[in-house]
Design a protein around this ligand. Structure first.
Ligand SMILES: *Cc1c(COP(=O)(O)O)cnc(C)c1O
Length: 461
């Protein structure tokens, strides 16, 4: 087959357009049907500054989605830049087996400090999916080392998402990403979600999530002898259309897992580092999982780094003479990269110096006030919010709650309207949401609400 080369349109020779053509000649972008770019823009970004992204033609966009949920303190943050540049001058990388380094040690100490009690051991990975794989392997391996070789299964929630590599994909449940690869994947036991979108009219989140726990309870009671772990996203199923649930579900789940000898893996890759209003989602249920996976905001959107934190009990089951072959022999080339760890430390410094968790409370209430009017929109099923995540679900019929057919791609209209008005909003299907960097101003939030409202108006016509 001949190589396809995009032909530049001679009428559009802006800097953006030239880069777009070069890009389309060689690149294959993530989570993208590349043919879409025959009709939809591909925007090369020249620079970032706080919440702003600026393209090569001088257009700017408020990054309302924190560049895929990673950026928490804005682009080109001076404090993080300084930490990164200092570390680059000192040590860029070193093998993390047999060798160690100060930024990696310090970050681990601090992660142990700020995560729920009992999570005393840190294993680094280099992206979120890897962290999930590490937790799955550790859980299985713990049971094997403990002589419980029948415990080989995992339980997940309907509509969950845990990443894209085969193991992480397998324990997710978003058909769009998963269905094609089904023959390749291990089969988890999937339990109905506590997602409160489906609660009865006038039912509270708490009552619905509690009711949904019955499904989990019967699954675990029947099958706990073959189950290694339950893997769950605390409070928000982000990739699953920002669906939310009440912390009581996590409290109940922790109790039951303890009672039945099943591990609890909390995937806080998207919700950790303040997204839900607390540093970690688990805090709102007052629980400690057996594993917590963190990534994304860990480096404030600067560099790929993830970590799995676990308990002494887990660690001890692997700690033995070499010849017993009980060690956890998992590795990634960039495990514990010093640049990423230095940035992680600078990120945690900012949480302290800016009193972020406290200050986000008022930003979260500006978010809720600015979007509240959409509750009355005839094609909005609900406006929901947990901390620094607010989502608006568009719907074809508010009475019957029937959705718009996905093929209509109504969210794209909101996306396009956003781009024309200095906003990067990137709806998930029919769900328009904001998940902004914490350095956003109240005025900028109000602008996002105005443009999102107009976009929803256009998209639901
Ligand atoms: C993004 C995400 C992952 C995967 O992280 P990557 O760094 O993209 O591999 C896993 N779990 C959750 C909940 C996520 O949102």
């Amino acid at each position: 087959m001949a190589k396809q080369t995009a032909t530049p349109n001679p009428n559009q020779t802006s800097a953006n357009e030239r880069l777009k053509q070069r890009d389309l000649n060689v690149l294959w972008h993530p989570c993208t049907q590349m043919k879409d770019h025959e009709h939809y823009p591909l925007i090369p970004i020249e620079r970032g500054d706080g919440v702003w992204l600026q393209d090569f033609d001088g257009n700017r966009y408020i990054d309302a989605i924190s560049s895929w949920w990673v950026n928490i303190f804005g682009h080109a943050n001076p404090a993080i830049n300084a930490a990164l540049s200092n570390q680059a001058d000192t040590l860029e990388h070193v093998i993390f087996a047999g060798f160690s380094h100060e930024p990696g040690i310090r970050l681990a100490e601090r992660l142990v400090e700020i995560t729920p009690p009992g999570l005393n051991r840190v294993f680094y990975g280099d992206n979120g999916s890897s962290a999930v794989e590490i937790a799955l392997k550790m859980s299985f391996h713990f049971w094997k080392n403990s002589g419980r070789t029948k415990k080989t299964e995992f339980v997940n929630l309907a509509n969950s998402y845990h990443g894209e590599t085969l193991g992480a994909l397998a324990v997710g449940d978003v058909p769009l990403y998963k269905e094609t690869y089904e023959p390749l994947l291990l089969k988890p036991r999937t339990v109905a979600s506590p997602d409160c979108f489906y609660r009865d009219q006038d039912e509270t989140w708490e009552s619905y999530s509690l009711r949904q726990f019955d499904h989990m309870k019967s699954e675990l009671e029947q099958h706990h002898e073959t189950i290694a772990a339950v893997v769950i996203e605390p409070l928000i199923q982000c990739a699953g259309h920002m669906r939310m649930y009440h912390p009581v579900y996590l409290t109940k789940l922790r109790e039951l897992c303890t009672q039945l000898d099943v591990h609890l893996i909390a995937d806080e890759i998207a919700v950790g580092f303040g997204r839900t209003g607390t540093m970690f989602g688990c805090e709102q249920a007052d629980i400690s999982p057996d594993f917590i996976c963190v990534g994304k905001g860990l480096t404030a959107g600067y560099l790929p780094l993830s970590a799995v934190l676990t308990t002494d009990q887990m660690y001890d089951a692997f700690y033995d003479d070499y010849e017993t072959l009980r060690a956890f022999l998992h590795s990634h080339s960039y495990t514990g990269n010093p640049l990423a760890c230095a940035v992680g430390n600078a990120t945690l410094d900012l949480f302290e110096s800016l009193d972020t968790i406290e200050n986000n409370k008022s930003l979260a209430s500006v978010m809720s006030d600015s979007f509240a009017h959409l509750n009355d929109h005839p094609n909005v099923a609900e406006v929901r919010q947990t901390g620094m995540v607010l989502a608006v679900e568009m719907i074809a019929d508010k009475q019957t709650r029937s959705p718009y057919p996905w093929q209509e791609r109504r969210g794209l209209k909101v996306y396009m309207h956003g781009l024309e008005n200095e906003c990067l909003l990137r709806p998930l299907g029919n769900v328009v949401y904001i998940m902004p960097p914490y350095v956003i101003s109240p005025e900028q939030i109000k602008h996002l609400a105005k443009i999102a409202t107009e976009g929803i108006e256009i998209a639901t016509k």
